[in-house]
Write a protein that binds this ligand. Structure first.
Ligand code: FES
Length: 84
């Protein structure tokens, strides 16, 4: 089965805005998501350079950008992707 790829930006701007907490996502995933998601930390996605992208921290969920990301909003987006 295809997994949803979650790329958490760990560049400085995102890190100080909360990406460090986002890296706990793996532990916080609901059990039903555990084998459906692949989580990775990535270098600056370049999104912090342009205010029109919204606020840090940034996460890509299956290539879709989530700005001002929290564990909750990322999990929501994963469910949204799985429902498609
Ligand atoms: S540090 Fe995250 S997009 Fe630049």
């Amino acid at each position: 089965m295809k997994k949803i790829k979650v790329s958490i930006c760990t560049g400085t701007a995102c890190y100080v805005m909360g990406a460090s907490e986002l890296l706990l996502l793996e532990e916080k995933l609901p059990t039903d998501l555990k084998d459906k998601v692949e989580i990775e930390g990535v270098m600056c996605l370049g999104k912090c350079k342009n205010a029109s992208n919204g606020k840090s921290p940034f996460v890509l969920v299956d290539k879709e950008l989530v700005s001002d990301a929290t564990i909750e909003t990322v999990i929501e987006k994963i469910y949204e992707k799985l429902a498609k």
